[in-house]
Write a protein that binds this ligand. Structure first.
Ligand SMILES: [Fe+2]
Length: 504
């Protein structure tokens, strides 16, 4: 049996450095705690790492990756989304590479460390509480049991590295060099709610653009902060009901707010407080186009086919048209297999089926069009993140095999959004990758003049390496492989930050 087949079947042996509690009766059968997914316990820093190949002289910056990594034994069934945020930084400077990995010192993690609380883990409340009473999980419905673990995204803004959390969360500021947690970032007191996981930094203006949503609120709170972190604009944007979006897209002049027909069933939420994610195929998807500093009365809503999108690639303006490309899930219904027991909904939810898709909106005439751009199953997509809001030609995605039982990235995919050609390269049997970020060459040049960076882990040895591809020829394979000092496990989102934002 080859290694890829083994991981698809979740039969990986556990690595030597995994915590012992993963084999407790409660956790022994949870694939998101074992093998490739086994938590790592240590914080690590290392300089001048061994490199196979050569680090290009025009790489100057850092690849950052967020990871869900439970530090303590979860009290209830563990959901992959519930892991404590652990941040990886791989720094490229003067042809040398250094590494750092640290936990985000969130309030909930510090409570656990100080013995104030014991590993509340509430994401299961969203998925598998059909037998809540029998399993003694009633208390999970208490909002206090939902951990904001700051484990999902990293963004650079105002020279600060800031975290984001899946369910809209608090923002923590990290030192971009040491990865030490500097504390909560509330933008001078102006962030009075939580913030969505994927706010966007417009690198032309330095502004940060994001919004808040919540279980019981039929509106978004939309924010724009300037390049110094001062609040520039805030607006309440009304909705037909509470929604469960994830991303936001920006163009030079507009922000695009998402209203997908995939949200917590409002009746269940109201009556018994159960968060059951439900698809409404009879409702349209809606994209709200808002001038960047606009208010409720200026939003134009455009309707499209029903579906759900976790992550957009980018959006931009072409005359009166707004073009938005992203990873569309035409049928996001959670197809639960009861045979998989109490974890069935979580396991099903992680089996993402999405492909590259384009939405077009004319802000003058109200016309729309939409089309699939490809049929390959891809997600975790990034353009050059310094070009959010501007027209981009290239993006980098992860291929997720449809037959995979757990969320794995087996191939790197590059799309050309003009020719709609794709290039694809496997990480190879026995290797899994991470969300891959584009590192622009310090020499400038064409949009794809630079490198694609990812962390790969070998499923037999559990060695992890940082692989660097020439972005203009990913199919040639990595031009450099950096030996990392520790097993790195799975990740969520990654980004690249140019060195001038880190070291000046
Ligand atoms: Fe995300």
């Amino acid at each position: 049996m080859d290694l890829r087949t083994r991981v698809l079947q979740s039969q990986m042996p556990d690595p030597d450095d995994a915590p012992v509690w993963i084999n407790d009766e409660l956790h022994a059968g949870n694939p998101y705690l074992h093998g490739f997914y086994a938590p790592v316990m240590t914080e690590v820093t290392a300089d001048d790492l061994e490199v196979e190949g050569t680090i290009p002289a025009d790489m100057y910056g850092a690849y950052y990756r967020q990871s869900p990594n439970p530090r303590f034994r979860p009290k209830f069934d563990h959901h992959f989304f519930d892991g404590d945020g652990m941040v990886y930084g791989i720094y490229f400077r003067d042809g040398k590479v250094s590494f750092s990995r640290k936990y985000v010192k969130t309030e909930v993690l510090m409570d656990d460390i100080n013995g104030v609380a014991t590993t509340r883990n509430g994401m299961m409340a969203e998925f598998d509480l059909r037998d809540a009473e029998a399993r003694g999980y009633e208390e999970v419905r208490n909002p206090d049991y939902v951990r904001d673990t700051a484990n999902t995204t990293l963004n650079i803004h105002n020279g600060k590295l800031i975290t984001g959390w899946y369910n809209a969360g608090a923002v923590y500021e990290l030192d971009p060099v040491t990865l030490d947690t500097k504390g909560l970032q509330d933008f001078g007191g102006s962030l009075r709610t939580t913030l969505n996981a994927h706010p966007k930094t417009d690198m032309r203006t330095g502004e940060l653009i994001g919004y808040d949503y919540a279980d019981f609120e039929s509106f978004y709170t939309y924010y724009v902060w300037d390049k110094h972190g001062a609040l520039k604009h805030v607006a309440r944007i009304d909705l037909p009901g509470p929604r469960l979006p994830h991303d936001i897209t920006i163009t030079e002049n507009y922000s695009l707010l998402h209203d997908w027909p995939f949200f917590h069933d409002p009746d269940m939420l109201k009556s018994i407080g159960r968060r059951v994610v439900t698809f409404k195929p009879d409702m349209p998807s809606r994209i709200g186009v808002l001038p960047r500093y606009g208010t409720q009365d200026q939003v134009k809503w455009f309707e499209f086919k029903p579906g759900y999108v976790l992550h957009m690639v980018n959006a931009w303006e072409e005359g009166d048209w707004i073009i938005m490309d992203g990873c569309m899930q035409p049928d996001p219904r959670i197809k639960r297999d009861p045979a998989e027991g109490p974890l069935a909904s979580m396991l099903a939810y992680m089996r993402v089926k999405s492909h590259l898709y384009r939405w077009r909106m004319n802000v003058r005439t109200g016309e729309t069009s939409e089309e699939s751009l490809d049929d390959l199953n891809v997600e975790f997509c990034l353009p050059d993140v310094d070009l959010y809001g501007q027209k981009t030609r290239y993006s980098y995605h992860q291929h997720i095999p449809l037959e995979a039982k757990t969320l794995i990235f087996t191939d790197l995919v590059k799309y050309d959004h003009e020719t709609m050609k794709r290039e694809m390269v496997s990480y190879g049997d026995g290797w899994l990758g991470s969300e891959s970020a584009f590192a622009r060459s310090t020499n400038g040049g064409a949009e794809d003049n630079g490198y694609v960076v990812t962390i790969c882990t070998n499923l037999e040895t559990y060695a992890s390496e940082c692989w660097v591809y020439a972005a203009q020829d990913i199919q040639a394979g990595p031009i450099a492989k950096v030996k990392l000092p520790s097993r790195c496990g799975p990740g969520f989102h990654a980004t690249w930050v140019q060195g001038e934002h880190i070291w000046g």
